[in-house]
Design a protein around this ligand. Sequence first.
Ligand SMILES: [Fe+2]
Ligand SMILES: [Fe+2]
Length: 192
Amino acid sequence: MALKTKKKKKQSKKSSTSKIKTDRSILEEIIRVDHAGEYGATRIYDGQIAVFGKNSKIGKTIQHMADQEQEHIQKFEELIVKNRVRPTALIPVWNVAGYALGVSTALLGEKAAMACTVAVETVIGNHYEEQLSLLEDDQKELKKTIKKFKADELEHHDIGIAHDAEKTPGYKVLSKVIELGCKTAIEISKKI
Ligand SMILES: [Fe+2]
Ligand SMILES: [Fe+2]
Protein backbone atom coordinates (compact mmCIF):
# COMPACT_ATOMS: atom_id res chain seq x y z
CA MET A 1 0.00 0.00 0.00
CA ALA A 2 2.73 2.38 1.04
CA LEU A 3 4.72 1.49 -2.05
CA LYS A 4 1.78 2.24 -4.33
CA THR A 5 1.31 5.76 -2.97
CA LYS A 6 4.98 6.43 -3.31
CA LYS A 7 4.90 5.42 -6.98
CA LYS A 8 1.87 7.58 -7.65
CA LYS A 9 3.56 10.57 -6.08
CA LYS A 10 6.60 10.11 -8.28
CA GLN A 11 4.49 9.97 -11.43
CA SER A 12 2.58 13.15 -10.71
CA LYS A 13 5.83 14.95 -9.98
CA LYS A 14 7.15 13.89 -13.36
CA SER A 15 4.11 15.06 -15.30
CA SER A 16 4.12 18.45 -13.57
CA THR A 17 7.73 19.14 -14.52
CA SER A 18 7.37 18.01 -18.13
CA LYS A 19 5.01 20.87 -19.07
CA ILE A 20 6.01 23.95 -17.16
CA LYS A 21 3.51 26.74 -17.44
CA THR A 22 4.21 30.35 -16.61
CA ASP A 23 2.50 31.28 -13.36
CA ARG A 24 -0.67 33.21 -14.20
CA SER A 25 -0.03 35.98 -11.66
CA ILE A 26 3.51 36.45 -12.98
CA LEU A 27 2.20 36.63 -16.55
CA GLU A 28 -0.36 39.23 -15.52
CA GLU A 29 2.22 41.32 -13.71
CA ILE A 30 4.56 41.22 -16.70
CA ILE A 31 1.93 42.31 -19.20
CA ARG A 32 0.49 44.96 -16.87
CA VAL A 33 3.84 46.53 -16.03
CA ASP A 34 5.15 46.44 -19.60
CA HIS A 35 1.98 48.04 -20.89
CA ALA A 36 2.34 50.78 -18.24
CA GLY A 37 6.04 51.28 -18.98
CA GLU A 38 5.62 51.54 -22.72
CA TYR A 39 2.79 53.97 -22.20
CA GLY A 40 5.01 56.07 -19.93
CA ALA A 41 7.75 56.00 -22.57
CA THR A 42 5.42 57.42 -25.23
CA ARG A 43 4.49 60.24 -22.82
CA ILE A 44 8.13 61.09 -22.05
CA TYR A 45 8.88 61.48 -25.74
CA ASP A 46 5.64 63.45 -26.31
CA GLY A 47 6.85 65.91 -23.68
CA GLN A 48 10.33 66.19 -25.15
CA ILE A 49 9.02 66.67 -28.69
CA ALA A 50 6.62 69.36 -27.44
CA VAL A 51 9.65 71.32 -26.20
CA PHE A 52 12.06 70.73 -29.10
CA GLY A 53 9.53 70.67 -31.94
CA LYS A 54 9.34 67.67 -34.25
CA ASN A 55 11.17 69.37 -37.10
CA SER A 56 14.33 70.16 -35.15
CA LYS A 57 17.30 67.84 -35.57
CA ILE A 58 16.98 66.46 -32.06
CA GLY A 59 13.20 66.30 -32.47
CA LYS A 60 13.60 63.98 -35.44
CA THR A 61 15.96 61.71 -33.52
CA ILE A 62 13.47 61.56 -30.65
CA GLN A 63 10.61 60.95 -33.09
CA HIS A 64 12.36 57.81 -34.35
CA MET A 65 12.43 56.43 -30.80
CA ALA A 66 8.86 57.61 -30.17
CA ASP A 67 7.67 55.70 -33.25
CA GLN A 68 9.16 52.50 -31.87
CA GLU A 69 7.53 53.15 -28.49
CA GLN A 70 4.24 53.47 -30.34
CA GLU A 71 4.76 50.03 -31.80
CA HIS A 72 5.57 48.68 -28.32
CA ILE A 73 2.50 50.15 -26.63
CA GLN A 74 0.23 48.89 -29.42
CA LYS A 75 1.55 45.37 -28.97
CA PHE A 76 0.97 45.46 -25.22
CA GLU A 77 -2.52 46.88 -25.72
CA GLU A 78 -3.23 43.81 -27.85
CA LEU A 79 -1.76 41.52 -25.20
CA ILE A 80 -3.82 43.13 -22.44
CA VAL A 81 -7.00 42.27 -24.35
CA LYS A 82 -5.88 38.86 -25.58
CA ASN A 83 -4.77 37.68 -22.14
CA ARG A 84 -7.57 39.45 -20.26
CA VAL A 85 -5.17 41.30 -18.02
CA ARG A 86 -6.38 44.28 -16.04
CA PRO A 87 -4.33 47.32 -17.07
CA THR A 88 -2.74 49.43 -14.37
CA ALA A 89 -5.18 51.77 -12.65
CA LEU A 90 -2.45 54.40 -12.71
CA ILE A 91 -2.57 55.25 -16.41
CA PRO A 92 -3.62 58.86 -15.56
CA VAL A 93 -0.64 59.15 -13.22
CA TRP A 94 1.88 57.82 -15.75
CA ASN A 95 0.29 60.05 -18.35
CA VAL A 96 1.13 63.18 -16.37
CA ALA A 97 4.37 61.92 -14.78
CA GLY A 98 5.81 60.74 -18.11
CA TYR A 99 4.95 63.95 -19.87
CA ALA A 100 6.34 66.05 -17.01
CA LEU A 101 9.59 64.10 -17.04
CA GLY A 102 9.86 64.60 -20.79
CA VAL A 103 9.18 68.32 -20.64
CA SER A 104 11.44 69.00 -17.66
CA THR A 105 14.45 67.09 -19.02
CA ALA A 106 14.01 68.74 -22.44
CA LEU A 107 13.93 72.17 -20.78
CA LEU A 108 17.29 71.34 -19.21
CA GLY A 109 18.64 70.87 -22.73
CA GLU A 110 19.30 68.27 -25.39
CA LYS A 111 21.91 66.38 -23.37
CA ALA A 112 19.63 66.14 -20.36
CA ALA A 113 16.81 64.85 -22.57
CA MET A 114 19.17 62.15 -23.82
CA ALA A 115 20.32 61.43 -20.27
CA CYS A 116 16.68 60.75 -19.44
CA THR A 117 16.50 58.20 -22.26
CA VAL A 118 19.72 56.52 -21.13
CA ALA A 119 18.46 56.23 -17.54
CA VAL A 120 15.01 54.97 -18.51
CA GLU A 121 16.32 52.45 -21.02
CA THR A 122 18.93 51.12 -18.61
CA VAL A 123 16.18 50.23 -16.17
CA ILE A 124 13.79 48.91 -18.85
CA GLY A 125 16.52 46.83 -20.50
CA ASN A 126 17.37 45.11 -17.21
CA HIS A 127 13.72 44.70 -16.43
CA TYR A 128 13.01 42.99 -19.75
CA GLU A 129 16.02 40.73 -19.23
CA GLU A 130 14.66 39.71 -15.83
CA GLN A 131 11.24 38.97 -17.33
CA LEU A 132 12.74 36.65 -19.93
CA SER A 133 13.93 34.41 -17.12
CA LEU A 134 10.47 34.37 -15.51
CA LEU A 135 8.60 33.30 -18.63
CA GLU A 136 8.38 29.60 -19.42
CA ASP A 137 8.15 27.88 -22.78
CA ASP A 138 4.36 28.25 -22.93
CA GLN A 139 5.02 31.96 -23.56
CA LYS A 140 7.38 31.68 -26.52
CA GLU A 141 5.62 34.43 -28.48
CA LEU A 142 5.77 36.90 -25.61
CA LYS A 143 9.42 36.07 -25.03
CA LYS A 144 10.13 36.84 -28.68
CA THR A 145 8.30 40.16 -28.38
CA ILE A 146 10.20 41.13 -25.25
CA LYS A 147 13.53 40.21 -26.85
CA LYS A 148 12.75 42.39 -29.85
CA PHE A 149 11.64 45.33 -27.69
CA LYS A 150 14.69 44.93 -25.47
CA ALA A 151 16.87 45.34 -28.55
CA ASP A 152 14.96 48.53 -29.49
CA GLU A 153 15.41 49.94 -25.97
CA LEU A 154 19.12 49.17 -26.13
CA GLU A 155 19.26 51.10 -29.40
CA HIS A 156 17.58 54.07 -27.68
CA HIS A 157 20.10 53.84 -24.85
CA ASP A 158 22.94 53.93 -27.37
CA ILE A 159 21.41 56.89 -29.22
CA GLY A 160 21.35 58.73 -25.90
CA ILE A 161 25.01 57.98 -25.23
CA ALA A 162 25.94 58.99 -28.79
CA HIS A 163 24.21 62.34 -28.18
CA ASP A 164 26.43 63.15 -25.20
CA ALA A 165 23.97 62.23 -22.46
CA GLU A 166 26.90 61.66 -20.13
CA LYS A 167 28.07 65.23 -20.60
CA THR A 168 24.92 66.62 -18.95
CA PRO A 169 25.83 68.75 -15.93
CA GLY A 170 24.94 66.68 -12.86
CA TYR A 171 24.56 63.57 -15.02
CA LYS A 172 25.12 61.08 -12.21
CA VAL A 173 22.53 62.59 -9.90
CA LEU A 174 20.00 63.08 -12.69
CA SER A 175 20.35 59.46 -13.86
CA LYS A 176 20.06 58.09 -10.34
CA VAL A 177 16.89 60.09 -9.68
CA ILE A 178 15.29 58.99 -12.95
CA GLU A 179 16.38 55.36 -12.49
CA LEU A 180 14.93 55.30 -8.99
CA GLY A 181 11.69 56.85 -10.27
CA CYS A 182 11.40 54.20 -12.98
CA LYS A 183 12.10 51.34 -10.58
CA THR A 184 9.45 52.65 -8.21
CA ALA A 185 6.95 53.04 -11.05
CA ILE A 186 7.68 49.43 -12.11
CA GLU A 187 7.04 48.03 -8.64
CA ILE A 188 3.80 49.99 -8.30
CA SER A 189 2.51 49.11 -11.79
CA LYS A 190 3.02 45.37 -11.26
CA LYS A 191 0.34 45.39 -8.58
CA ILE A 192 -1.92 48.41 -8.98
FE1 LIG B 1 9.59 50.68 -25.48
FE1 LIG C 1 12.51 53.00 -25.44
